[in-house]
Ligand binder design. Structure first.
Ligand SMILES: [Zn+2]
Length: 160
């Protein structure tokens, strides 16, 4: 079983505590079979609230897929106890926001197309419904009369 860190990097303007909306955030991942190297190029969605029994009584997983090439049954688990916010101090550096466990599988790309939330740095104004798949997001904080934004959002997945 391998563990992988999903990391993001972005420039935060007048906002902080950027994080996924909750434990039910649906993760969009590209996956590679570690046995045969097959990667499907399609996005798989993983809901941490879904659990499926693994073959042979090996416990449960959030996603089980059978590799089309080698026929192995592979699984993915999101470690949502490790959900971490990206703060203004992290700006422009990669930071781990969640850990993924892969059994027979390696996640290699993350698309941040689900709902993120953040807060105004000084005001604490809550911003919701943030999608980062285009890389940028901008709004206005009425409490501080300042623009807020998230720019140049990049993602990477690294083995840990
Ligand atoms: Zn395979």
């Amino acid at each position: 079983m391998g563990k992988f860190a999903i990391q993001i990097k972005a420039l935060l303007e007048n906002c902080t505590n950027l994080r996924v909306s909750g434990a039910d955030y649906i993760w969009s991942l590209k996956l590679r079979c570690t046995a045969c190297g097959e990667s499907t190029q399609k996005w798989h969605t993983v809901n941490p609230l879904d659990t499926f029994p693994m073959a042979g009584g090996k416990g449960k997983a959030n996603l089980i897929i059978k590799c089309k090439m080698c026929g192995r049954s592979n699984s993915v688990n999101m470690c949502v106890d490790f959900l971490t916010a990206y703060t203004s101090e992290d700006s422009e550096q990669f930071k781990t926001i969640v850990v993924v466990e892969g059994r027979g599988i390696e996640p290699y790309e993350f698309l941040p197309n689900g709902e993120f939330v953040c807060e105004g740095t000084v005001t604490g104004t809550a911003f919701k419904g943030i999608a980062l798949d285009s890389g940028d997001w901008a709004d206005f904080d009425d409490a501080s009369n300042l623009p807020v934004g998230i720019y140049d959002c990049n993602t990477q997945i690294v083995p840990i």
